[in-house]
Every structure is written in structure tokens, then in C-alpha cells.
Ligand binder design. Structure first.
Ligand code: 5AD
Ligand code: SF4
Length: 454
């Protein structure tokens, strides 16, 4: 989820507290990939701010340039290699400028980056961010490049208060890593084993955010459903957080159906301030393909969770991730995925053509679905999903919905953008409303991704 967000921090306003007056070094950071990476960037900024760095939007005027990178699919990495070509010009202009690669690509491609991208000074994997200031210091002192790519079984950055952006939404990272080893996925290799933060520290952070004006928090992890702190599972954490910070809306991302318990669905239903929204990646509607993917659930189990969620929370917003053209996917498997979209009626789906990743199990399977077939299947899925989404959104017209206002609308300052409890975006006229307000609005129009209100 969120994979295709690419955002330089330029586009988001920073919290005023961040730029410390006495900090005189400037770091420019670009973040690619999933929400976890955006959350990690906030941790990196926090680590650096304790060592004299302020964030800057101006790449030309920076002392350090960092790219926080993503490896999930080949095109994510290609994009970053292309970006690196541009960055080499900065190094040529100013050889003292420090250029660093963070995140999944640093972890996965350290050797390649060291050998081929000579101008890169720092290569730091997701569990080594505390070392960045020291690596920069030692680079300046000795000229030695800094490489830190050890994966940790314990690092959760539990004690670091991330430097967040201005707004009413925020993330709290609750666990890191993944032990599921889906056969297509590099995450277990780039982010290591699962580990969870302490419940108390997460709740403390949520309370602090609420006091700072945050109204909507997403509890984040590669697979939040396998959260485990001393016997507290994710449902326990969610229930405790919802009870402790009643004015906060909680949601979470991302989930694996294997670990998504009935108890979790019941906890969602029980608390008014937990959003009735479930993102549950299915990847394929074919059980044969799910087995090849090592997804560990049957379609019956998956539908069991979805139907239970619908029963307990009528009108719940649902979304999923789909991969098309996995090795050995046949036309009838693809058809099953299409049928599933119609059956579940997701609000939306994040859809991807299969991209073989080195070291994963599926990399050794024959990638026998030609690219044009992958793309054709992807197009068909997008087309069907768009129709389903449009239908669901149209059914909302005429209803009154409670909307939390998040920001100005991108298209016009006369309008605001908010979100319903079921995670549907709503555009509404500004009137006397402002960001952070919870308002009841009547939905008057829709398309396949947005509602429009009076
Ligand atoms: N190829 C295509 N899509 C992938 N994803 C993960 N790995 C791959 C891959 N190798 C997708 C899955 C996952 C989402 C985050 O990215 O759908 O749920
Ligand atoms: Fe990757 Fe599967 Fe883990 Fe998700 S659950 S991060 S798809 S290995």
C-alpha cells in the first residue's frame, strides 16, 4: 500500500518545532515507497536534529542529501537509479556534499551501489539509522565511506520521537520487519525479522500526538497483525489505544489475512474511534496461485474474515493489493481474481504487475507470463475495480456522513478534503469549516474514488 507515493518532503509543511535555531547543518531528504519509509524518514530527521542538522527543502543549499529508498518492485529501484544520475551533478559541483542512500535499496544493493555509484558516501539500511550522524562525522574526518546495513532483531526506535509534518494525520510505527516470506517479496530480506514496540510507549506517543493537535493516527507495520508485546496482540494494542485516546481516530496498515483474527474485527467494531476500514491484501483470487505465493490462507478463510467484518461493521470500507502475472498464473486464475473483486466489492485496490526480485523464492520459478499478458490482466483488473468502486461510491450519494477534515482540496482553496470513517475521501465547500473539524455532510455526487458533499 502507498507504494506509488513519491514525495519530497518539500510538499509537506513541517512542524514548527523541528527547525532548531542552534542547528546549522542542512539535510535534504527524499522519500520513496511505502508509509513505513515515510515514517522512517521522520525518525532519521529526529536522529539528525540531535546532531546539529535541520531539514531543508533546498537541495542546492544542503550539506547532506539523503534518498530513503524502496525495493519492492524493479521499477521502484529503476526510478531511484535515475534519480542518482541527477545527484552525481551535485557532487561534481560540490565534492564536500554528502550523498547517502537509506532504506531497502541500501540493504539489498549495497555492493552494487558501492561499486557502481562511486559518488555515494553513505549506505545505511533500515535498522542502522542511529548511526547516520556518526557515519557522516567519520566520513568528514577520514574520507571513508559509511556503510551500515546490519539487520537487527530488536531495533524498534521505540525511544525516538519522530519529527513529524504539520497536519492532523500522523503515523505511529508499532512493529518492524516481516516473517511471512511470501515467495514474491523482498521485505523479509530488506527489513529483517518481526519485532514489536511496547504497548505503553505507543499509547504515550498517541497521547502526545493528540495533545499536539493530531486527530487521526495510522498504526504502522509491515504486518501489524503479528504485533506481540508480552502477550498483547494487535487487537489488544488497538483496543487499549482507542480507549486511552478517545478523541483520536485510529486506523492501521498493513495486514496479512493469516494473522487477521476475529478478535481484531470485534475490537474494530467495538470502538467508535477505530475506523471502519480494512486494507487486507489478497494478492490473487486463485487458491493455486496463493499456494505458490506462500500466502498461508485459503479463499474460504479470506472470505470468512471479509464477511465477518461486513457483518459486524455494515458499510465498512475495504481495500486490497493484487499482483497480476505471478509465475504460472493462468487465464482461469486471473478470472478468479476478477470474480473476487466483484464478490468482495472493495472500495479500491492497489494493483501491480509481478516483478521478479532476486533472492525471493519466486525468483527461481519460471517467470512464464509474458509482460504484455501481465499488463493486459492488470488493465482488466483496474477496469473491473473502477466499475465496482464507482458503484460503491454512487451508493453513498444522498447519505449523510461524518467527515474529518484533513486539508484544503488540492484543486481549489474554496474546498476542503476530508475522510469518512470508512476512509472515503470527500470534497466539501469550505464554508466556516477548517482542518481538524468533524462535520456531518450530505453526499451529493461521486466518482470512482471521491465523494462530493454539500
Ligand atoms: N511484484 C509485484 N508486486 C509486489 N508486491 C510485493 N512484492 C511484489 C513483487 N515482487 C506488492 C504486493 C504487496 C504490496 C505492498 O506490493 O501486492 O502487498
Ligand atoms: Fe512482503 Fe508478504 Fe511480508 Fe507483506 S506479508 S511484507 S507481502 S513477505
Amino acid at each position: 500500500m502507498f507504494e506509488d507515493l513519491i514525495l519530497s518532503n518539500k510538499t509537506i509543511k513541517k512542524r514548527k518545532s523541528f527547525n532548531r535555531k542552534d542547528n546549522d547543518k542542512k539535510v535534504y531528504i527524499e522519500t520513496y515507497g511505502c508509509a513505513m519509509n515515510f515514517s522512517d524518514t521522520e525518525i532519521v530527521l529526529s536522529v539528525l536534529s540531535d546532531f546539529g542538522y535541520n531539514e531543508t527543502d533546498d537541495i542546492n543549499n544542503s550539506d547532506v542529501i539523503l534518498l530513503n529508498t524502496c525495493s519492492i518492485r524493479e521499477n521502484a529501484e529503476t526510478r531511484i537509479y535515475n534519480r542518482l544520475k541527477h545527484l552525481s551533478a551535485h557532487k561534481k559541483k560540490n565534492p564536500y556534499k554528502v550523498i547517502g542512500i537509506l532504506g531497502c535499496m541500501a540493504e539489498r544493493l549495497r555492493k552494487d551501489l558501492m561499486e557502481k555509484e562511486k559518488f555515494v558516501d553513505l549506505i545505511v539500511g533500515p535498522d542502522e539509522y542511529r548511526k547516520i550522524p556518526h557515519l557522516i562525522d567519520s566520513l568528514i574526518e577520514t574520507g571513508e565511506k559509511g556503510v551500515a546495513v546490519q539487520l537487527s532483531k530488536v531495533e524498534t526506535y521505540d525511544d525516538i520521537i519522530p519529527i513529524r509534518k504539520e497536519g492532523i494525520n500522523s503515523w505511529i510505527s508499532v512493529m518492524r520487519g516481516c516473517d511471512k516470506f511470501c515467495t514474491f517479496c523482498v521485505v523479509p530480506f530488506t527489513r529483517g525479522r518481526e519485532r514489536s514496540r511496547k504497548v505503553d510507549s505507543i499509547i504515550k506517543e498517541a497521547k502526545m500526538l493528540f495533545d499536539e493537535g493530531i486527530k487521526d493516527v495510522t498504526l504502522l507495520g509491515q504486518n501489524v497483525n503479528s504485533f506481540n508485546d508480552d502477550g498483547n496482540d494487535f487487537a489488544d494494542l488497538l483496543g487499549k489505544a482507542a480507549k486511552a485516546v478517545l478523541g483520536m481516530r485510529f486506523r492501521y496498515s498493513t495486514s496479512h489475512p493469516y494473522d487477521c483474527s476475529k478478535k481484531l474485527i470485534e475490537t474494530m467494531a467495538e470502538h467508535d474511534n477505530v475506523c471502519n476500514y480494512l486494507h487486507l491484501p489478497v494478492q490473487s483470487g486463485s487458491e493455486r496461485v496463493l499456494k505458490l505465493m506462500n500466502r498461508l490462507y485459503t479463499m474460504e478463510q479470506y472470505m470468512g474474515i471479509m464477511n465477518y467484518a461486513k457483518k459486524l461493521m455494515p458499510g465498512i470500507g475495504l481495500s486490497t493489493d493484487i499482483i497480476t502475472g505471478f509465475p504460472a498464473e493462468r487465464e482461469e486464475d486471473h478470472k478468479m481474481t476478477i470474480d473476487l473483486l466483484e464478490e468482495v466489492e472493495y472500495d479500491g485496490a492497489y494493483t501491480f504487475a509481478y516483478s521478479p526480485r532476486e533472492n525471493t523464492k519466486s525468483y527461481r520459478m519460471t517467470d512464464d507470463v509474458p509482460m504484455e499478458v501481465k499488463v493486459r490482466r492488470l488493465d482488466e483488473i483496474i477496469h473491473v475495480q473502477r466499475k465496482v468502486s464507482a458503484r460503491i461510491y454512487k451508493n453513498m450519494v444522498g447519505r449523510t456522513e461524518e467527515v474529518l477534515i484533513e486539508s484544503n482540496s488540492k484543486k481549489s482553496d474554496d474546498y476542503l478534503m476530508g475522510r469518512t470513517d470508512c476512509n472515503k475521501s470527500v470534497i466539501l465547500p469550505k464554508g466556516n469549516n477548517k482542518t481538524g473539524d468533524l462535520v456531518n455532510v450530505k453526499i451529493v455526487k461521486s466518482n470512482s474514488a471521491t465523494l462530493f458533499a454539500e
